[in-house]
Design a protein. Structure first.
Length: 353
């Protein structure tokens, strides 16, 4: 759950002391995606049933280390599709989390989008969920180590042969030993809403940030622990309204409800810069006392949900899978697949002109 403002460690004075990051972004007049030297190169660490370090070139993200290598800046970089989620997206999220978990200097991960100011994520790309560019042997290694997507046979531990609801990444994020911060401008739909709100420690939004869950019209159930967290965060009535009706809700509403940290006004690079500066100020100030204490307090707060979260994630997986066996839901998904393929063909045709 995202911590809300009203903090003491990250004071206005502390943020002012970190203003160099914001100044850099304002000087370039663009988002973080264009203001830093970003890399696509990381490592993967599991191969079939063994630990084996292999180089990996990211297809959908770019990253770099900032602030003395204490912060990993991760840019979701699929502008043409507004960061539509594919199976490659899901695997690369797992790879990034594991990679920076192993980088000793990194204390926090800050996630931003190169699709700004249009939005953070347009939700799942049905066509892109059918295949991935990730090698089968690497995927198998991460599954075996419980560091990847949670996929097995329907009668297995995870209740599904495909991790439709992202049980694996949610469990990894829940126990993640470092901070995770997100800057979310514009639109976030479905899986994009979950990617922004359900897994991070601090979430920064713009005044015009909008979220939506289209589960009902897609004929599926909630995912990414949204059915677990939302009733606890905003109350059952509001959770039902958002999940069951598909109503739009805003970034400022999320801050008021306690599920986002702060509304940041100004251009998109102000939002990203503020998220980076906030993280820098938090790390600098906590370092004067105890960074270990900072991270242990996060784990302690999350630990109160350990016993009940995983069973609920399995239930989300089972319910989602049951919906996919329903004739109406299958027809909806089939139509969505056809539409996605049609749009992809149209985009390819335009690119040839």
């Amino acid at each position: 759950m995202a911590a809300t403002s009203g903090h003491h460690l990250v004071t206005p004075e502390a943020l002012t002391g970190c203003s160099t990051i914001i100044k850099e972004l304002f000087t370039t007049g663009s988002s973080a995606a264009y203001s830093y030297s970003l890399s696509s190169e990381i490592s993967t660490y599991y191969y079939e049933k063994d630990e084996k370090t292999l180089p990996y070139t990211l297809k959908e993200f770019k990253c770099t280390l900032v602030h003395g290598s204490k912060i990993a800046l991760i840019v979701w970089d699929m502008r043409k599709t507004l960061n539509a989620i594919t199976r490659t997206t899901l695997w690369e999220l797992c790879f990034l989390l594991e990679h920076f978990r192993r980088v000793e200097s990194v204390v926090a991960l800050v996630w931003v989008s190169s699709s700004t100011p249009k939005g953070f994520c347009s939700g799942a790309n049905p066509a892109g969920l059918q295949s991935t560019e990730v090698a089968d042997e690497v995927a198998a290694g991460y599954k075996h180590a419980r560091r990847g997507l949670a996929e097995d046979f329907p009668n297995g531990r995870d209740g599904s042969s495909i991790d439709f609801t992202l049980k694996g990444p949610v469990a990894i994020w829940h126990e993640y030993p470092k901070l995770s911060i997100c800057a979310c401008p514009g639109l976030a739909i479905g899986g994009g809403t979950n990617a922004a709100l359900m897994v991070h420690d601090f979430v920064f939004v713009a005044p015009d940030t909008k979220f939506r869950f289209p589960f009902a019209e897609l004929g599926v159930t909630a995912e990414v622990a949204s059915s677990y967290w939302l009733p606890r965060w905003v109350g059952m009535a509001r959770a039902k309204e958002w999940i069951m009706t598909g109503k739009w809700f805003t970034g400022p509403e999320c801050v008021a409800a306690g599920i986002a940290t702060e509304v940041v006004t100004g251009p998109v690079y102000a939002l990203e810069g503020h998220a980076l500066a906030y993280t820098q100020a938090l790390l600098d100030t906590s370092a004067k006392f105890s960074t270990v204490s900072l991270l242990k307090n996060k784990r302690l707060l999350h630990a109160s949900y350990d016993a009940t979260l995983e069973p609920h994630l399995t239930k989300e997986q089972l319910f989602f899978t049951e919906c996919l066996s329903d004739r109406d839901s299958m027809e909806r998904f089939s139509n969505l697949m056809k539409l996605a393929k049609k749009r992809k063909a149209e985009q390819q045709q335009k690119s040839k002109l």
